[in-house]
Design a protein around this ligand. Structure first.
Ligand code: KG4
Ligand code: ZN
Length: 309
């Protein structure tokens, strides 16, 4: 990550180690996740420095995620980041996972707050009104499953493997989106919440009734995309916002991107490699903290499983 003279930042490298070890369990195993972090973190840092053509001594600051997330895995990155900052004598910034997702998209364009931010991942489906970077008002959130979690569960149901989001997106290209009818969740609500458990149950019933996996994938994806887009558009109308950033793993979904493209809103997505969890989005958070003149984090900052933005 490089701070640019006029403000903003440029991504110089973005190394991600995807933990395939969890695939056999159909979901993330916390203990294995922590161990993989310990085993891989040196290589990931070395690789990122090599990609960027930098040495450790060139770093001016270090940022690491403090939450929310799996505490064991967070602690590995947090302790590593603090230790590195201490050893190099540079400031340390603790970053919020969701703010990282928002910055991953915000870095793609010149954005003037206020704007809406939809974070759609395996753990979150949260819609924020960004009054300014660092000042967020929660407009709506899922009442049950996160969007990505629903993609993962439906994929497992029809035997498409884990992580399910990309697999559903792929199968959907071969299926008929109108083959299975899904009832829109929370129809008639005046607020801007989301719900995916009803879609998941409907998918289960359709599967038992013999729906073809590709058709089920296409129909479920269409229903999930519709509820995400329609709720966000209503929130934009209610708040008068004309720009929406959409980020998190599910923001990689092509049908979601296409549907947002039809809304008439200015919609900004993260660039390649910045949708699903990655280190660059956390570095972008650190860069934004520096640009905004925020004080570095104390080294006493801890890992948090739950941390509202
Ligand atoms: O942001 P992320 O990498 O991790 C969390 O913070 O949760 O998001 C992972 C989630 C998974 O549920 C995955 O299935 C979903 O994002 N995902 C997708 C796509 N790529 C990843 N969902 C739908 N379509 C995709 N192309
Ligand atoms: Zn995430």
């Amino acid at each position: 990550m490089e701070l640019l003279p006029g403000g903003g930042a440029a991504v110089r490298a973005n190394r991600v180690w995807s933990q395939t070890v969890h695939a056999q369990y159909g979901g993330v195993m916390p203990e294995l996740a922590s161990r993989e972090h310990v085993e891989r973190i040196d290589d990931v840092l070395e690789g990122a420095l090599a990609d960027a053509g930098l040495a450790l001594g060139d770093l001016h600051a270090v940022a690491a995620t403090s939450g929310p997330g799996l505490v064991g895995a967070l602690l590995v990155g947090l302790m590593y980041g603090k230790g590195l900052a201490q050893a190099l004598g540079v400031p340390f910034y603790a970053a919020h996972h969701l703010e990282g997702h928002i910055f991953a998209a915000a870095a793609e364009a010149e954005l003037d707050a206020p704007y809406l931010a939809l974070v759609v991942s395996g753990g979150h489906t949260h819609l924020f009104d960004v009054l300014e970077p660092g000042d967020y008002r929660l407009v709506g959130a899922t009442r049950d499953d996160a969007a990505g979690e629903a993609f993962d569960k439906v994929a497992r149901l029809v035997g498409l493997g884990y992580p399910g989001g990309p697999a559903i997106g792929e199968a959907a290209t071969r299926g008929d989106p109108d083959a299975v009818a899904f009832k829109p969740p929370l129809k008639g609500q005046s607020g801007f919440d989301f719900s995916f458990s009803g879609l998941k149950t409907a998918a289960l019933l359709a599967h038992r009734a013999g729906a073809k996996p590709d058709d089920l994938a296409a129909s479920f994806q269409q229903a999930a995309v519709r509820t995400l887009v329609e709720t966000t558009v209503r929130a934009a109308q209610a708040t008068g916002r004309q720009t929406v950033v959409v980020s998190g793993g599910v923001a990689a979904n092509r049908a979601l991107r296409a549907a947002f493209g039809q809304t008439g809103l200015r919609v900004v997505f993260p660039g390649p490699g910045l949708n699903t969890d990655n280190g660059a989005m956390i570095a972008l958070s650190g860069a934004a903290a520096i640009t905004a003149g925020r004080a570095p984090s104390p080294l006493s900052v801890g890992a948090e499983a739950y941390a509202p933005l």
